[in-house]
Design a protein around this ligand. Structure first.
Ligand code: PMP
Length: 408
């Protein structure tokens, strides 16, 4: 019956993570998957989340289905976190927000909705982007193209090429953008660059689809939402820009397996938001009916209890600062070794790239050598998860990187 089914090649990142698990070497270091590990190399349980869970258990009772769109308190908490409670778009009720199964669920529900109501649009993603973006939008039936983004020569952004390409897209093209902490490159737009891009989007009548999976890991919780708030405030074309935001709490609450995410659709007015919400509820009903309760209620409780929210914000800030410090340590450790060998190449991208990821510029062959000879795991594109560094492994990583980089 099933002989004709093609074998699944597996997801490259998840497969690598499994290979890491099987690797018997005790000094192995995992910088592949996008997960934040603490100084002991363990997944942290945030104190604010632990406290919310203790309260939750006290209150636990019956377990009804949630509404299709998820819990009202969670949806409101998401809106306030992304847009700010006082934003005009929030106050005027023109944002439809739904609780989804992780950020991935948000992306897919939004993709299905767009395919139904904008069937002739194409999707444009940055070159490179998170592999699953292309898979999800193609899976929803879209053609997916790329716009220029990462500049291998500088380890930074080729903003002029990006802007020129986006300027050429037909109206109603869907443009996937990373709000902060670009995955996989760690290269973000500055505020000034966003301020140039957003009016182009408005004038061309494009549909931005913003992915924010790392809020709080770039410059801070509020700062990382800057582009989303600026998009929502733009009036270049006389009317507001309509756009999508898929958000995730997997990393920012260290709640990966609880699958806490959301989709927000920013509409020109409250009546259109109501229409969008209705069809998005239908999309969810036809897929999985309604989201789970537990994780979302932990997030809502933290965000809506001032003391817990302050505690969470401090913990997330500390995670961000810690990654930045480890990037600095890697940068200086690697730099010293390269210079000692007479190699003066510029490796500042390790500290200018932000969030969990860095594009190391290593070739697939160098990544293989790093894994085989030094037990250091990176994604074959050269993406390194800086959130897997810790004080006990950073020097070994610097030494291994130097050995591999100096060999060529
Ligand atoms: N977008 C990006 C850019 C991501 O890196 C991830 C997670 N790796 C997601 C979305 C999905 O988030 P979640 O795990 O909550 O589904």
């Amino acid at each position: 019956m099933f002989q004709h089914i093609e074998p699944y090649a597996g997801d490259p990142i998840l497969t690598l993570n499994e290979a890491f698990g099987r690797d018997p070497r005790t000094d192995k270091i995992n910088l592949s998957i996008g997960i934040y590990f603490d100084d002991e190399g363990k997944l942290p349980v945030m104190a604010a989340v632990r406290a919310a869970e203790a309260q939750q258990l006290q209150a636990a009772g019956v377990r009804p289905y949630q509404p299709m769109e998820g819990a009202a308190n969670y949806r409101q908490a998401v809106q306030h976190l992304l847009f700010g409670a006082e934003h005009e778009a929030v106050k005027s009720g023109r944002i439809a927000t739904l609780q989804t199964i992780g950020g991935s669920g948000g992306l897919k529900v939004g993709a299905d909705f767009l395919k139904r109501w904008f069937p002739d649009s194409a999707v444009w993603v940055s070159d490179p982007t998170w592999d699953n973006h292309r898979a999800m939008f193609e899976g929803a039936g879209f053609k997916v193209g790329t716009y220029p983004y990462y500049d291998a020569a500088t380890g930074g952004l080729d903003f002029e090429a990006m802007l020129a390409a986006i300027e050429q897209l037909p109206a109603r093209s869907i443009v996937l953008l990373h709000a902060c902490c670009h995955n996989p490159s760690g290269v973000d737009l500055t505020h000034a660059q966003w301020a140039r891009l957003i009016p182009v989007i408005a004038r061309r009548g494009l549909i931005p689809y913003v992915d924010i999976a790392y809020q709080g890991f770039g410059d801070g919780i509020e700062e990382d939402a800057w582009a989303i708030r600026a998009l929502a405030a733009d009036r270049t074309a006389g009317t507001p820009i309509s756009f999508f935001v898929a958000s995730s709490f997997s990393k920012s609450f260290s709640l990966y397996g609880e699958r806490c995410g959301a989709l927000s659709v920013v509409c020109p007015d409250a009546a259109q938001a109501e229409l969008a919400l209705g069809q998005l509820r239908a999309t969810i009903r036809r897929n999985y009916s309604s989201p789970p309760t537990h994780g979302g209620q932990l997030v809502a409780r933290v965000l809506q209890t001032p003391a817990l929210r302050a505690q969470w914000a401090a913990e997330l800030d500390a995670m961000r600062v810690r990654i930045a410090a480890l990037r600095q340590r890697l940068h200086s450790g690697l730099g010293e070794r390269l210079r000692a060998a007479g190699d003066t190449r510029n490796i500042d991208y390790f500290i200018t790239q932000r969030g969990m990821f860095s594009y190391t510029g290593l070739s697939a062959t160098q990544v293989d050598r790093l894994r085989e000879e030094h037990a250091v795991y990176l994604v074959r594109s050269g993406r390194m998860c800086a959130a897997g560094l810790n004080p006990n492994n950073v020097d070994a990583v610097a030494a291994a990187l130097a050995t591999v980089m100096l060999k060529d």
